[in-house]
Write a protein that binds this ligand. Structure first.
Ligand code: F6R
Length: 369
């Protein structure tokens, strides 16, 4: 059942290109438009939406943070992302024009379920993004967009995360398509790029041996920090979460721009810092800023582990370890940048003798609040 792999997690990491392709299947038509008829919220209702609120927990929450960048950019609808466990306790502002998106692999997470119940009581429409057919969250939602990752057995989420991102991009692009935005051309180009993204994930998977070697060499460390900016920031949070749950190491993700507001005080000699570098094309200002962050932390002794696009030569002088990822549109980069971090955490857990598929104290689905 583990298909020749030592752990379900390794199998599920390897299955990602297929999971991504399966989640796209039948949702892009021959003309390159999205066909999300299965989302039974009518086009006219979607045109009325004036706010999107995403609720989720853990890894699904990180997918939601990334979705916010895509939704706001492509649709110009304001989007909030909130931890499901916090949501209903702060009296959130919701009405019939609010679209709430509940993201959950299992479809049984109690915090997320309670958040969506609260949203519906306030009159909001709820769209579930879920991996488990017929589970409670999609049953209690107005509509559902299923991810097709297949069963995820390892407690740490990997393939479900990538397919949650795909589903979020589909929703964002669909909202853009239905409402018509000035990004019409960009939306078509991104749909084409999205159709290719599984192949790029496959390429990343083929180059992971140096990442595994690096992970083994860091097995004795106590702390690893993760930095990112723009969509790379939630990727940094996700990298840190994977490391906490699997390797039981102290790991924290920061927005790179926040470094100088406190976290830089943590930098000490030989501290491993993973840096997720935005593309030098497009938002090149961000790229240059993160390169100077790398300079700053290296000058203070950090050991930089840099995840950067192929062809990005500006990072080379500041990278103690360089992990290359394929060139993608800015907003899609998390699809390829998250993969090395999954492999990194899995290998570190193995090197530290931890139970990879069943980390201590954790359950696959959290059905209590
Ligand atoms: C992390 C992880 C958890 C889940 C979270 C939400 O690897 O597995 O953080 O992502 O408990 O679970 P679902 O998506 O089932 O609602």
């Amino acid at each position: 059942e583990k298909g020749g792999y030592d752990y379900f997690m390794l199998k599920e990491i390897a299955e990602q290109p297929k999971a991504v392709a399966d989640t796209l299947l039948g949702r892009i038509d021959a003309a390159g438009s999205l066909t999300l008829d299965e989302v039974r919220i009518s086009a006219s209702e979607l045109r009325e939406v004036d706010k999107v609120v995403i609720v989720a927990c853990g890894t699904a929450f990180h997918a939601g943070l990334i979705a916010k960048y895509a939704i706001e950019h492509w649709t110009r609808i304001p989007c909030e992302v909130e931890l499901a466990s916090e949501f209903r306790y702060r009296d959130p502002i919701l009405d019939q024009q609010t679209l709430v998106i509940a993201i959950s692999q299992s479809g049984e997470t109690m915090d997320t379920l309670m958040a969506l119940r609260h949203a519906r009581e306030q009159g909001a429409k709820v769209l579930a993004i879920c991996n488990t057919n017929g589970s409670t969250i999609p049953r209690e939602s107005d509509a559902v967009l299923y991810t097709h990752a297949g069963p995820e057995v390892a407690v740490a989420s990997t393939k479900a995360f990538l397919t949650q991102l795909v589903a979020c991009y589909l929703v964002a692009l669909y909202l853009g398509q239905v409402r018509g935005t000035k990004w019409g051309d960009e939306i078509h180009a991104v749909i084409r790029d999205l159709a290719q993204i599984g192949r790029q994930v496959e390429r990343v998977l083929q180059t992971m041996e140096p990442v595994r070697e690096l992970a083994r060499s860091l097995a004795h460390k106590n702390t690893v920090l993760f930095l990112g900016r723009h969509v790379g920031y939630p990727v940094a949070l996700e990298g840190a979460l994977k490391l906490k749950e699997l390797a039981y190491m102290h790991a924290e993700g920061f927005a790179a721009g926040e470094l100088k507001h406190g976290p830089i005080a943590l930098i000490e000699d030989d501290l491993p810092v993973v840096v997720v570098v935005p593309s030098p094309r497009g938002r090149s200002v961000l790229h240059d800023k993160i390169v100077s962050n790398m300079q700053e932390i290296r000058a203070r002794g950090a050991r930089t582990i840099v995840i950067a696009e192929e062809g990005d030569e500006a990072v080379v002088p500041y990278a103690d370890h360089l992990i290359r990822i394929p060139v993608t549109p800015t907003l899609l980069q998390p699809m390829v940048a998250a993969v090395p971090l999954q492999v990194f955490a899995c290998e570190l857990a193995t090197a530290r003798g931890n139970e990879v598929d069943q980390p201590r104290n954790l359950a696959k689905s959290v059905t209590v609040e």
